[in-house]
Design a binder for this molecule. Structure first.
Ligand SMILES: Cc1cc2nc3c(=O)[nH]c(=O)nc-3n(C[C@H](O)[C@H](O)[C@H](O)COP(=O)(O)OP(=O)(O)OC[C@H]3O[C@@H](n4cnc5c(N)ncnc54)[C@H](O)[C@@H]3O)c2cc1C
Length: 496
């Protein structure tokens, strides 16, 4: 390629270092324009006070500042990307648009439409792998099939990385940054969120490239203990980098490189290997979504579509109680309040609440998946769908349906002293560590002595776990006949 002008279209890669599309554009063009589109096709479906918009806005400010430091700037548009990108390419006379691949079905359809519109005006869309370490069909079984179970996928992934260490090489930006188009004197500032119909305010977590690096450096101090600490929601034991990985304010190559160095030097203890596995789960689910786009709506294995979920008025009321954190199960409720008030939920609690919705309340995983999509700062279709289908036992590498999380024993194991529960349910703060996991089992007088009246200060449980467990086993009987009973392979501890 030897282009005069080109355009880099930033999407879920809001950084100006180790960036495949930016690197390729700079290496192949005399002048490179950079742009982001607040895409109304996505934004129109979001609530006006969506926390993620504040994260994106702050991250765009950081990206623009960094591009300016390098001599360029960021053009920001508001409209349908399908129209804005071809229009902008015409305006800056770009012969090509460079972007990093997005594997979600809707994004692929959008990119096909943009490529077609560009082709009609004599320009091309070039897509690059950037979001994951291995994409699409790169990791296959010996007979050339995609994996559907995590551990063999992970082993093949690690083997492939050993064979192709260059995969982790950074895509430098600085060396060719002189090709960045200079900011015009009259360039508009980044539009304020109000100007595009959203509420402004502080981002829900440190945003932008600096925010990601700050979190990563803090996490590296404790990474050796990650294997233990990651299971306890009251501890600050995980990286909190998920929203940064989602919006690409950090580079996954940078994270994997660092983890590998710590593993090889021994400085990362056992924790660094466990953490690397989590990043491999992310690649795994991106691959599953790419290869099996039907999972967006349906079960990975069609047989599980026969499972009948409850969807009557009672189910609606139970769903509303789950969303609001009013199920009467303290760990479940505290977790939902963490989600509702902060936009984050600890991984252990995502498993517990997803299991509770599907296995205790008998409600379809799709409803819970949609609720998480609305609320999570780090919402990512591939990982969210994978996590929900895992918890609901509906397919790919799922937790077997006969292993059902018990919300009380999960609470006793992973929040033994009730610290996390107390943080989000202050009305239970005076209950002791024995009482707090299942208040309905405590005598009313003993509860009252601690200031709690069930049904007034805190709900009675909306369901009996043992009865719900039996109903779930019956519900899954339809698949028992067609799918052999085999242990799944995943993070499935803590079952009954
Ligand atoms: C029902 C359910 C829904 C989920 N929805 C999402 C989602 O929408 N977006 C999302 O990023 N993660 C999702 N996860 C995975 C996981 O819960 C979060 O990635 C994690 O809690 C984020 O916290 P962290 O950045 O501190 O993670 P860390 O423990 O520090 O892990 C590092 C990174 O590895 C990746 N990762 C960790 N666990 C998983 C996993 N199980 N699957 C895929 N990637 C993983 C994430 O990118 C994460 O940032 C979901 C899990 C479940 C069970």
């Amino acid at each position: 390629m030897n282009l005069s002008n080109s355009l880099v279209w930033f999407r879920r890669d809001l950084r100006a270092f180790d960036h495949a599309a930016l690197h390729q554009a700079l290496s192949n063009s005399r002048q490179v324009f950079c742009a982001f589109v607040y895409d109304t096709d996505i934004l129109d479906g979001l609530p006006r006070d969506d926390r993620r918009m504040r994260f994106i806005h702050a991250s765009l400010a950081s990206l623009d500042a960094e591009l300016r430091r390098l001599g360029g700037y960021l053009i920001v548009r508001h409209g349908s990307a399908r129209e804005e990108i071809p229009r902008l390419a015409r305006e800056v006379q770009a012969g090509a648009v460079f972007a990093n691949s997005d594997y979600e079905p809707a994004a692929r359809t959008r990119d096909d439409a943009v490529a077609e519109a560009l082709a009609a005006q004599g320009a091309e869309l070039h897509l690059f792998k950037d979001q994951v370490i291995f994409e699409k069909d790169e990791v296959l079984t010996k007979v050339g099939q995609p994996y559907s179970v995590f551990t063999p996928y992970k082993n093949a992934w690690l083997k492939l990385l050993g064979e192709r260490p260059d995969t982790l090489a950074a895509y430098p930006v600085d060396a060719a940054a002189h090709a960045l188009a200079k900011p015009p004197k009259t360039h508009d500032a980044l539009p304020a969120l109000e100007a595009i119909g959203f509420t402004s305010g502080d981002p829900p977590l440190p945003a932008g490239m600096e925010g990601a690096e700050e979190l990563f450096e803090a996490f590296l101090e404790d990474i050796a203990d990650y294997g233990r600490a990651r299971d306890f929601p009251s501890e600050d034991g995980t990286s909190r980098l998920s929203a940064h990985l989602r919006f690409g304010t950090t580079s996954v190559r940078h994270l994997v490189r660092t983890a590998q160095q710590l593993i090889q030097s021994g400085a990362g203890g056992k924790g660094a290997s466990v953490w690397l596995s989590e990043l491999i789960w992310r690649d795994f689910y991106a691959m599953i979504l790419y290869r099996h786009p039907h999972v967006v709506e349906r079960s990975f294995k069609p047989a599980f579509d026969a499972v009948g979920w409850d969807d009557d008025q009672d189910a609606d009321a139970l769903f509303a109680a789950w969303c609001a954190g009013r199920t009467g199960y303290p760990l479940v409720d505290a977790a939902m309040l963490q989600l509702n008030t902060t936009g984050f939920m600890h991984n252990r609690l995502r498993m517990v609440t997803a299991s509770f919705l599907t296995k205790d309340l008998g409600i379809a995983w799709q409803r819970g998946e949609r609720y998480f999509a609305l609320k999570l700062n780090d919402y990512d279709l591939a990982s969210n769908n994978g996590g929900w289908q895992w918890a609901a036992s509906t397919g790919c590498d799922a937790q077997p349906w006969f292993r059902i999380f018990n919300p009380v024993t999960q609470s006793e194991r992973f929040d033994a002293r009730g610290e996390f529960i107390r943080r989000f349910l202050p009305q239970l703060a005076r209950l002791d560590a024995k009482q707090i996991h299942a208040p309905w089992k405590v005598a009313p007088e003993a509860l009252a002595a601690r200031g709690v009246v069930l049904g007034k200060d805190y709900p009675q449980p909306v369901v009996d776990h043992d009865a719900a467990r039996k109903r779930t086993l019956e519900r899954f009987a339809v698949v028992k006949k067609v799918v052999p009973v085999a242990e799944g392979d995943g993070d499935g501890d803590g079952e009954d």
